[in-house]
Design a protein around this ligand. Structure first.
Ligand SMILES: Cc1cc2nc3c(=O)[nH]c(=O)nc-3n(C[C@H](O)[C@H](O)[C@H](O)COP(=O)(O)OP(=O)(O)OC[C@H]3O[C@@H](n4cnc5c(N)ncnc54)[C@H](O)[C@@H]3O)c2cc1C
Length: 408
């Protein structure tokens, strides 16, 4: 008989961890403590259908409430864990109450990176991480009104697509040379820049933001080159930072995330961690990293649950991710960092469907596939096969993808 497992954080990783613990045989108490007021909900729709008003809170729950009830998984919501005392195996909540544990799972995720600029506290200036953030943003969505998005990453661009489709005038301000620079090749950035411009979004790169101006509520964004962009709504999407403080203050090892081994164990044997908050080694790419994806949160939580139940399975999943903008379904497999060549397939200068394969020493290490599921699916296999690929055939859209596999 196991004892009490407390899971801190109630989002994607927790929603997997609880049920997986039961499936792996955990018989003791399972309590998920989360500082948001909701049972776990899907975060990706926040910048997509939830922002567009096509989905409501009830539509985006990861699992129905009664599933947790049937599995005997309890929640303590709207409550924050302020400290962990590993020596006494207790956590302290925001009101001072202490709860004992036998095992602890940290699924505390990440939070938005905040900017320190004049006017950032004006009404109408928003970040986007939670359902409450989006409910507040939705109040400002109005055809003909001006929206400025700070940051041309996935979330900024998804938001731009939704607001533009809602009839707003949208400007994206990106400090780097091109949008999505941190995560994609120039070819992919160029494709997305073209599509957004075709849709009527004003994309401005190499441009910083100096201040938000207005009397009580935002009226304009002052850029580093002096440009003043009128704004009724500003959304800042400049990345996230992992929530490591709780773990670090408890003496757990933390880098750019809570350090975990291949079985999701932290430096304290009674504590596991999973999801956006972890710093872990990826055996496919042989490097330490932190991932910001639903796939990672879910797969790592399964491994962590197994570990707590005494089954040591290694975490060795291939990272994958997606992004929806307009009718473009981008599916990403693998990690492109370190590539030395890009091979594209399909029409990248026109139309709405193409793929970019990232190669290192002739082998595919990642793929970005836009409206091309076969390229994504086969791309995953090419990555794990890790053998040299025929580049000419890879670039030829007339060659079926399966023929590029060794068995093809
Ligand atoms: C707008 C948006 C769009 C996204 N789109 C995609 C996408 O298309 N595809 C994709 O793969 N990923 C996407 N992501 C990323 C994905 O949502 C995250 O990778 C995922 O949510 C990580 O889950 P998690 O459980 O690790 O952490 P989180 O979702 O960050 O959840 C952690 C939870 O723990 C809570 N918490 C933290 N500290 C404490 C504490 N001390 N006490 C109590 N509670 C605490 C937090 O408030 C939060 O509720 C998107 C994210 C956002 C914000």
């Amino acid at each position: 008989m196991n004892g009490t497992c407390l899971i801190i954080g109630a989002s994607h990783a927790a929603a997997q961890m609880g049920p997986s613990l039961r499936q792996s045989g955990w018989e003791g108490k399972i309590l998920i403590i989360g500082d948001e007021p909701h049972i776990p909900y899907h975060r990706p729709p926040l910048s997509k259908d939830f922002l567009a008003g096509k989905k409501q809170m009830a539509d985006i729950r990861i699992r129905p409430e009664d599933l947790y009830q049937k599995a005997g998984i309890e929640f303590l919501l709207g409550r924050r864990v302020e400290a962990i005392h590993p020596d006494r195996k207790r956590v302290r909540l925001d009101d001072g109450e202490e709860l004992p544990y036998d095992n602890l799972a940290l699924t505390v995720g990440s939070r938005v990176r905040r900017v320190d600029l004049p006017g950032v506290d004006l009404a109408g200036v928003h970040y986007l991480r939670t359902a409450e953030d989006v409910e507040a943003i939705r109040k400002h969505v109005a055809p003909g009104a001006n929206a400025v998005i700070v940051g041309g990453g996935y979330i900024g661009l998804e938001t731009a697509a939704v607001l533009r489709s809602a009839g707003m005038n949208v400007t994206v301000v990106e400090m780097m040379e091109r949008i999505m620079q941190r995560v994609t090749a120039p070819e992919v950035s160029a494709f997305y820049t073209r599509v957004h411009r075709e849709e009527g979004v004003d994309i401005r790169c190499n441009l910083g933001v100096g201040a938000f101006e207005g009397q009580g509520r935002v009226e304009a964004v002052r850029c580093s080159d002096g440009t003043r962009l009128p704004a009724d709504l500003v959304i800042i999407g400049v990345g996230i930072v992992p929530n490591v403080e709780l773990a670090r203050d408890a003496g757990l090892k933390a880098e750019n995330g809570i350090v975990v081994d291949q079985h999701s164990r932290t430096s304290d044997p009674a504590i596991v961690a999973a999801g956006d908050c972890t710093w872990h080694h990826n055996p496919i790419y042989d490097r330490w990293l932190r991932l910001e994806s639903v796939q990672n949160a879910t797969d790592q939580a399964r491994v962590a649950a197994d570990t707590l139940c005494g089954k040591l399975t290694p975490y060795n999943a291939l990272p994958w991710f997606w992004s929806d903008q307009y009718d473009l379904k981008l599916q990403i497999a693998g990690l492109s960092q370190g590539y030395d060549e890009v091979v594209t397939r399909g029409e990248r200068d026109q139309g709405r469907s193409f793929a970019a394969f990232y190669l290192k020493q002739g082998r595919v290490i990642a793929v970005d596939a836009v409206n091309r599921p076969p390229e994504f699916m086969t791309g995953k296999k090419l990555i794990t096969e890790a053998r040299p690929v025929d580049k000419t055939r890879l670039a030829d859209a007339a060659v079926p993808m399966r023929e590029l596999l060794s068995a093809g």
